[in-house]
Design a protein around this ligand. Structure first.
Ligand code: FPP
Length: 246
């Protein structure tokens, strides 16, 4: 493809920046394996890559970044690996939130957090509260997140409102559903990135990606850097988006 050739710099059009980018951060395990390191070292490197991408996206003027950090399916991994990711999350929230606040970044979590350890839930509440007025990049971290589970929870909320007589079933619109999702506060992502050469959606933002552009990169997540992000945005800016029209 034309954008595959080595370009020193990707000249981005500031007028056509996506407002919302969603990323499936994949390949931490393979990154570690290539270096004969334990899987948790791959996740640690992945968390560092995320920290850099948050700054880069903020610098580029992106308004929303949603990252898939832990899916409803990830509980099936070994206890050791799940524990390592949770510990990393604790450290991450603790050590980075001051930097986030300083850089005007707002932190939000999507997914069913009730299954996370109580101390992590408290950290999340504290940080989301402290950063809620920030006007820079909004980072939505997907934790214990699954698109189908999110839709199930949204349907439950809507059905509850209908059962209580607050909403008539014939008044349910697409907007009603969007507003009942965890992502109610963000526009749908225009661009979805998945790293590590895998080309699946893996239960990520199923409703919200109806018109998204997809960008699949062979780069393993810990190696995904600003240049790769610019390349993905460059690809997006050169797509012809028609939304089903001509
Ligand atoms: C996918 O790589 C990555 C995950 C399931 C976890 C994502 C976690 C991070 C990026 C770091 C943690 C960040 C926070 C904020 C806690 P994989 O393990 O599926 O890689 P593989 O397919 O190569 O095995």
């Amino acid at each position: 493809m034309f954008f595959e050739k080595e370009v020193k710099e990707y000249l981005l059009n500031p007028e056509k920046m996506p407002k919302h980018i969603a990323i499936i951060m994949d390949g931490n395990g393979r990154w570690a394996k290539k270096r004969a390191l334990p899987r948790k070292a791959g996740h640690k490197a992945g968390a560092e890559a995320l920290e850099n991408i948050i700054s880069d996206a903020n610098d580029l003027g992106i308004q929303h970044l949603t990252v898939y950090a832990f899916s409803t399916e990830n509980w099936k991994r070994s206890e050791e690996e799940v524990g390592a990711i949770m510990d990393l999350l604790r450290q991450y929230l603790k050590s980075h939130f001051k930097k986030f606040l300083k850089n005007n970044v707002r932190l939000d979590v999507i997914g069913d957090v009730t299954r996370l350890d109580a101390d992590i839930q408290e950290q999340i509440l504290e940080i989301t509260e402290l950063s809620k007025e920030k006007t820079g990049l909004a980072v939505h971290i997907a934790l214990n997140y699954g698109g189908r589970d999110e839709l199930r929870r949204a349907v439950t909320k809507i059905a509850q409102a209908a059962a209580e007589g607050k909403l008539h079933p014939s008044d349910i619109t697409e907007e009603t559903i969007s507003m009942a999702l965890d992502t109610a506060a963000a526009p749908d992502p225009e661009l979805v990135i998945r790293t590590s050469g895998e080309e699946r959606i893996s239960n990520f933002l199923l409703w919200q990606i109806a018109y998204s552009e997809f960008y699949f990169s062979d780069v393993l997540w810990p190696d995904f850097d600003k240049k790769e992000l610019q390349k993905a945005i460059y690809y997006y800016q050169n797509r012809d988006r028609r939304f089903g029209g001509r």
